[in-house]
Design a binder for this molecule. Structure first.
Ligand code: BT5
Length: 249
């Protein structure tokens, strides 16, 4: 069930059965001046997460990097991470898996359950700016699709494990690319869709930010992707980067 066969995507797709990292490959294509394409693989052997963390990429997954050159300042980059999270969540829900987004870059399943959500997907957005404009932007999306959970780190889940049967990875990838394509030129629609698909809004959260830890209630998201947290002393904090944990009441 390789993704390649019969994929009907809104952008050009470069497909690999196995690759080190689709983000690395997309970067090579960016350096060649290319744009509006997706690098997609079934297996990744040297996948990367944020902050030098790794990403497990067993065969049966969907590893996808979108290369775009939006006419936008570098500061707008986070909104494309939100758009990708919406696209993954949409495709998962269409397939019967009740996924939701954890700010900023995770898609979880079972967030409303007692033990908290399990990670289905992670997103790594990389960018180069040039004179106040984005030169290239790569949105790397790793989805545990038809993968056994014992191939994954603790706390992870897969589409197949959640539904009890394999997903059509081609269809999922197609819906992912279509949804992202439909959102990417309209930041307002991205934020609206994000709020609709997010688990984080309304939760009590702890966010580890470069400037220290913030605890409070997540009340909204603001362009280009900042989380608004109301702390216990009633202060409204605007968090632009960090790792977020949903706290159980
Ligand atoms: C992410 O980082 O969640 C971003 C992952 C992006 C992966 C995609 S795959 C396509 C493209 N090519 C790449 O090389 N990368 C992108 P972060 O929030 O830092 O989370 C990383 C952490 O998630 C790790 O430290 C593990 O704890 C956990 N993890 C690793 N592999 C996982 C998996 N397959 N499923 C769930 N959790 C995983």
């Amino acid at each position: 069930d390789a993704i390649e066969f019969g994929l009907d995507a809104p952008v050009e797709v470069e497909y690999h059965d196995s690759i080190g990292s689709t983000n690395e490959r997309a970067r090579e294509l960016a350096d060649e001046g290319r744009t509006d394409l997706a690098v997609v693989a079934d297996e990744q052997t040297a996948g990367r997460g944020r902050l030098d963390r790794g990403w497990s990429g067993p065969s049966g997954g969907i590893y996808c990097s979108l290369l775009i050159r939006p006419d936008a300042p570098p500061a707008h980059a986070p909104v494309y991470t939100l758009a990708a999270a919406v696209a993954v969540t949409t495709a998962a829900r269409e397939g019967g898996v009740d996924a939701s987004i954890k700010w900023p870059n995770d898609v979880l399943v079972g967030e409303s359950g007692e033990r908290g959500g399990k990670k289905l997907c992670g997103i790594l957005t990389e960018m180069e700016g040039e004179a106040d404009r984005v030169k290239w932007l790569i949105v790397g999306i790793g989805i545990n699709a038809n993968v056994d959970t014992d191939m994954l780190p603790e706390g992870a889940t897969s589409l197949q494990a959640e539904r009890g049967e394999p997903f059509d990875r081609r269809r999922f990838t197609q819906r992912l690319l279509e949804t992202f394509d439909g959102l990417r030129s309209d930041p307002d629609s991205i934020l609206d869709a994000w709020r609709e698909h997010a688990a984080t809004i309304g939760q009590r959260v702890r966010v580890d930010t470069p400037g220290g830890e913030i605890v409070g209630e997540a009340v909204d998201v603001e362009f280009p992707g900042a989380l608004i947290v109301e702390t216990d002393d009633g202060e409204r904090r605007r968090v632009t980067a960090g790792d977020c944990e949903h706290l159980r009441p």
